[in-house]
Design a binder for this molecule. Structure first.
Ligand code: SAM
Length: 237
């Protein structure tokens, strides 16, 4: 059953359906063609809600299923799916090129525990039901500092509540960003939410977690520019 949302509650972001694109290209075609078994468009993705373990991955109910939002070119996605074959991973990505790069790279290297969906992260409740997810990774989402529209930032109060509901007890949520402004804004929300803050730093690479960190494509660019990486790890009690 899909959850009902009324207009007064929350206005959902709308995206153009892949089938309605005026100018399909190699990436949009690959989503419903070559990678159809492992990649889902906006219409097929929600059909997996509540069925990721049983029907999509074919694993037991206690098997961990993690989520990465905004996979980019897939550096972390591939590292995670290949390095942790005992877990499953779902990526959510809005843009076609990074979506295909992500899943193509993972499959090419042999991962079979990974899937990806073209979807808007703010509509995650249409993709997953409560308690369907384990760990969540959010790396360098748009900080919405130009234009300054903080309500579009992902760690807003509504999304924090949503992640909390979708995750299983004991699961973690990792968030990193180059934007100190977006980070401090997010942390104000985090301090009021139900998660426990396990670790926070405004300089990840000078912190004890630096050795376990996987440097993503965007992170590499920011590091080259001499920027510090802000990071928080949340834990659902
Ligand atoms: C700055 S890039 C970071 C990519 C990657 N995580 C990294 O660290 O290299 C942000 C990514 O998030 C995706 N994205 C932006 N808004 C999104 C949304 N609402 N839902 C899902 N993905 C989104 C973009 O298409 C882009 O690939």
């Amino acid at each position: 059953m899909k959850p009902e949302v009324t207009a007064t509650e929350y206005r959902r972001p709308q995206i153009v359906l892949t089938k309605s694109l005026k100018h399909p290209n190699a990436y949009t075609k690959a989503l419903d063609g070559e990678f159809r078994e492992f990649a889902f468009n906006e219409e097929r993705g929600p059909e997996n809600r509540g069925r990721w373990r049983s029907d999509i991955f074919g694993v037991k109910s206690e098997h961990p299923v993690d989520l990465e939002i905004g996979t980019g070119n897939g550096v972390h996605f591939q590292h995670h799916s290949l390095g942790k074959p005992e877990r499953c991973l779902v990526g959510v990505e809005l843009k076609y090129k990074p979506l295909i790069q992500t899943i193509r790279g993972a499959l090419k290297k042999g991962a079979r525990n990974a899937r990806i969906v073209r979807y808007h992260a703010f509509n995650l409740d249409l993709l997953f039901e409560a308690g369907e997810l384990n760990d969540v990774y959010i790396h360098f989402p748009d900080p919405w500092t130009t234009p300054r529209k903080p309500k579009n930032r992902i760690l807003n109060p509504r999304m924090l509540d949503l992640f909390f509901d979708l995750q299983r007890p004991g699961a973690k949520l990792d968030f990193k960003t180059d934007s100190l402004e977006a980070y401090r804004w997010s942390m104000e929300n985090v301090r009021q939410c139900k998660y426990k803050i396990e670790f926070e730093t405004e300089d990840l690479h000078a912190s004890p977690l630096a050795s376990e960190n996987v440097v993503t494509q965007f992170e590499r660019i920011f590091l080259r520019q001499g920027m510090k990486i802000n990071f928080v790890r949340l834990r659902k009690p």
